[in-house]
Design a binder for this molecule. Structure first.
Ligand code: HEC
Length: 104
């Protein structure tokens, strides 16, 4: 019983630390995915809501980064993703990609 209590205390402390930190990598990526409405089409955990939209969950970070830069740069004229990626900075692209690689 004692050890269960200890474990619970550790979990509570660690959760508190993550929430208290200004930078908690996956949370930041998640916040950005919500802020830019990525979750609307690609789902809250990267499993898309419709067959028209690709799943992103578990995809390699480097691949996601390169796809988002491609869209942001408007290489493929008329792609639906161009407008979605347009406002993203390099840093935001990395954080969003890390989140969809390991959605939590
Ligand atoms: C309105 C729906 C919609 C929204 C919102 C949206 N996407 Fe997409 N996304 C798409 C569609 C459609 C494609 C497929 C584009 C293609 O076929 O080239 C796509 C493709 C992608 C891909 C490429 C996947 C692959 O396997 O190559 C990535 C990465 C991606 N989106 C990330 C994002 C991110 C990050 C956001 C938020 C900034 C976002 N999307 C917002 C519809 C959307």
């Amino acid at each position: 019983m004692k050890s269960i209590q200890n474990t619970l205390q550790i979990v509570v402390v660690l959760t508190g630390l993550c929430m208290a930190q200004v930078v908690c990598a996956s949370d930041e990526g998640k916040d950005l995915a919500w802020k830019y409405h990525c979750v609307t089409c690609h789902g809250m955990k990267g499993i898309s809501i419709d067959q028209r939209y690709p799943n992103l969950a578990g995809q390699n970070v480097a691949y996601l980064v390169s796809r988002l830069r491609y869209f942001r740069d408007g290489v493929e004229h008329g792609n639906q993703m161009n407008g979605q990626a347009a406002p993203l900075s390099d840093e935001e692209i990395t954080k969003i990609s890390e989140f969809f690689n390991k959605p939590s």
